[in-house]
Design a protein around this ligand. Structure first.
Ligand SMILES: [Zn+2]
Length: 145
């Protein structure tokens, strides 16, 4: 089927990148492309590609450049780290916590900094959550303030 291009902005950070996908076939993996490659994909479909905006990388992913490694890192931070931290670690383990109470930013070292509002964690729960996060993502990947 005909591949197309979308600008994708993850929720975890301020990146905007060009992603190629097949709108008619969800089994085809999305892949990252550079601006030139994105234009090529659109040109093949007869779509005017002159107006596609350039991609931009946030401070967390900037150092990786416009590369497949950046895309993999971005997908990991957004789809795995952020999602699993919220849905597999925080929400199931903190009684009464709502998703709206969870705020986060990804710092320049790609550490997810999480803040919980209106929740005070007791030391035991905190230690348990920190341990869960280390097991899932390794040391120093997620930090709960
Ligand atoms: Zn980013």
């Amino acid at each position: 089927m005909a591949l197309t291009v979308q600008l994708w902005t993850p929720v975890v950070c301020g990146c905007t990148i060009h992603e190629v996908f097949d709108p008619d076939d969800e089994t085809v993996d999305k892949t990252y492309v550079t601006l030139d490659e994105a234009k090529e994909v659109l040109n093949k479909r007869g779509i005017d590609s002159d107006r596609i905006p350039p991609a931009k990388l946030c401070k967390s992913h900037q150092s990786l450049g416009h590369t497949t490694a950046m895309y993999d890192a971005l997908r990991y931070d957004n789809d795995i780290v952020l999602n699993d931290t919220i849905h597999k670690v925080l929400l199931p383990n903190i009684a009464g916590l709502e998703e709206e109470q969870i705020a986060y930013t990804l710092d320049a070292d790609r550490v997810l900094q999480v803040t919980l509002s209106e929740i005070t964690l007791n030391p035991l729960k905190r230690t348990q959550l920190d341990a869960d996060l280390v097991v899932k993502f390794g040391l120093g990947k997620v930090s709960i303030a």
